[in-house]
Design a protein around this ligand. Structure first.
Ligand code: IYR
Length: 219
């Protein structure tokens, strides 16, 4: 047996109210999250973004390799370059790459190749997945790990009253080049973060959730 040091589980969290109440409160916050595409340019302090990354960074990961990097962009010049790169890919996507089924699935969301939010939102958080650790070691369950961290990031932003969008310009390789990231970092998700614009609208279709008994099976 490998000699592993075990310690008593420190700081175990217990909700300050009964679990059902804690969960109902959490659910009420989470269910009101929307993918926002109309952002305000109102600033968000860097300290808040640091908290979001700290929250995301609590995620479990394969062999605790923490195979993620959160590149947080506030520089307007860099945001403008990201927007130009994303809009170029999206023009290609909407004109040629997407098939008819994909385009008809997207129609109720009202999206197109214009991505104004990429220059309006005060922060663009570009999440990279690390295909190797910085030391060159292996990583495991990469998509699962980074996906979990992103979920926690979105939940944290929601609890802070901030708006987010999970944006995936595709292909995303331009983000690595533009941000000067090393070859072992692959773009995973682009998350604009900020406050919703005054009068921000969301598509009605985005409000719908299938009933619980369609998504949950108890055996
Ligand atoms: N990346 C494109 C298209 C797009 C794809 C999916 I799947 C969406 O849920 C939303 C949009 C865009 O951002 O417009």
């Amino acid at each position: 047996m490998v000699d592993v040091e075990f310690v008593p589980y420190p700081d175990r969290y217990l909700p300050p109210v009964p679990p059902e109440r804690a969960l109902a409160t959490l659910h009420d916050a989470l269910r009101r999250r929307r993918s926002v595409r109309e952002f305000s340019d109102r600033p968000v302090p860097r300290a808040w973004i640091e908290w979001l990354v700290r929250c995301a960074h609590t995620a479990p990961s394969g062999a605790n390799k923490q195979p993620w990097r959160f590149v947080c962009v506030q520089d307007p010049v860099v945001k403008a370059r990201i927007r130009a790169g994303a809009e170029q890919e999206e023009r290609e996507f909407y004109a040629r790459r997407a098939n008819d089924e994909w385009l008809s699935d997207l129609a109720p969301l009202g999206t197109d190749e214009h991505k104004e939010f990429l220059t309006v939102a005060p922060w663009l958080v570009v999440v990279f997945q690390l295909t190797k650790t910085d030391e060159g070691g292996q990583v495991y369950y990469l998509k699962e790990s980074v996906g979990l961290a992103c979920g926690m990031f979105l939940a944290a932003a929601q609890l802070a009253g901030l708006a987010t969008l999970t944006h995936t310009p595709s292909p995303m390789a331009f983000l690595g080049d533009l941000l000067g990231r090393p070859a072992h970092e692959r773009p995973f998700l682009l998350i604009p973060v900020g406050h919703p614009a005054d009068g921000c609208r969301v598509p009605r279709k985005a409000l719908e959730r299938r009933p619980l008994d369609e998504v949950m099976v108890v055996v």
